[in-house]
Design a protein around this ligand. Structure first.
Ligand SMILES: Nc1ncnc2c1ncn2[C@@H]1O[C@H](COP(=O)(O)OP(=O)(O)OP(=O)(O)O)[C@@H](O)[C@H]1O
Length: 296
């Protein structure tokens, strides 16, 4: 099944009695950008370490293009990885790191690598010990994006980057997708995930609680409707799919949690002057998932 870049099957990691990753089943098709979201401690890094064969699952399995992730020698010929905390050898320059990664990885596009060095404004002549967190991240990102690896695994890759560099990061992810590379992107940056990901998986206390496109997620969650009208207010209490009704100066605001038909019928009897529907942001969707204590 060469069309599945990454596959987790009932992947579980227990430390003592608690499962920090719990029965996670997931597929990322080749060429897709998959966002892996979750708050601190949800189990993202532990999942990634199992996907890379760096941690042994307590049960279940992970596959990289059908190669068992535990078979690191074979699995890593098809992927490039950027860890959350990039460590560099203190004496080697950025350029020497890039050469080293090029020699050991799945092959690189040198012309594109030089373009990435420019785009990320990386000075490759400095020794590793002098780079800031963000610059170490740039070295690892340039090395990963320049590979021909059909899968890029990026663990919170932009936490140290400034907004200009984040823009370059998004451009590079889009270019990777256009080249047919799959990207598994763990992130806290909701705007980034929203901008570049085809699908999103939401992890909560080690469990995958949702896998969907951003559009599907929005459809599952409430939209905010604001209506202004003249004359007597419509009666919305008890209307299916309508909640959190509030009065505004010249109208109403409410949350739409289901199909809009019943709400529109209730409004039909009034003189509506304006009606606006605001879709929830990914941040609001997130709060819906994490607003309550996680089940344990
Ligand atoms: N070796 C270990 N022994 C015991 N518990 C561990 C170990 N490694 C991780 N954990 C626990 O597993 C949980 C998940 O950690 P993990 O680092 O995977 O989360 P994360 O989603 O990547 O968080 P963050 O966004 O903060 O990096 C945490 O509660 C952590 O304390």
């Amino acid at each position: 099944m060469d069309d599945i870049a990454l596959r987790a099957v009932h992947l579980t990691k227990r430390y003592g009695r608690s499962a920090v990753v719990d029965d996670l089943t997931l597929e990322v098709p080749a060429g897709q950008v998959f966002g892996f979201l979750g708050p601190n401690g949800a189990g993202k890094s532990t999942t990634i370490r199992m996907l890379l064969g760096l941690a042994r699952p307590s049960s279940g399995q992970a596959f990289v293009f059908d190669v068992d992730a535990a078979d690191a020698r074979r699995a890593h010929t098809r992927l490039a990885y950027v860890p959350a905390d990039v460590a560099l050898w203190p004496q080697l320059t950025g350029g020497e790191h890039l050469e080293l990664f090029a020699a050991t990885g799945p092959g690189i596009d040198r012309v594109y690598r030089d373009e990435l060095i420019d785009r990320f404004q990386l000075d490759p002549s400095k020794p590793g010990r002098t780079y800031s967190t963000g610059n170490r991240q740039k070295v690892a990102l340039v090395a990963a994006f320049a590979t021909r690896a059909p899968l890029l695994v990026l663990d919170e890759p932009t936490s140290g980057l400034d907004p200009l560099m984040e823009r370059e990061f998004r451009t590079a992810v889009t270019a990777a997708r256009e080249r047919g590379q799959a990207v598994f992107l763990s992130s806290h940056q909701l705007a980034e995930v929203e901008a570049v990901c085809d699908r999103i998986g939401i992890l909560r206390a080690g469990r995958l609680v949702e896998v969907a496109t951003v559009t599907q997620l929005r459809a599952l969650h409430r939209a905010e409707v604001t209506v202004t009208f003249t004359g007597p207010p419509p009666q919305l209490d008890g209307t299916p799919g309508v909640g959190a009704v509030e009065t505004t100066g010249d109208g109403l605001r409410f949350a739409l949690t289901g199909p809009p038909g019943p709400a529109l019928q209730a409004l039909a009897g009034t003189q509506v002057t304006t009606l606006s529907v605001r879709e929830p942001s990914l941040a609001e969707i997130f709060l819906d998932y994490y607003g309550e204590p996680a089940p344990r």
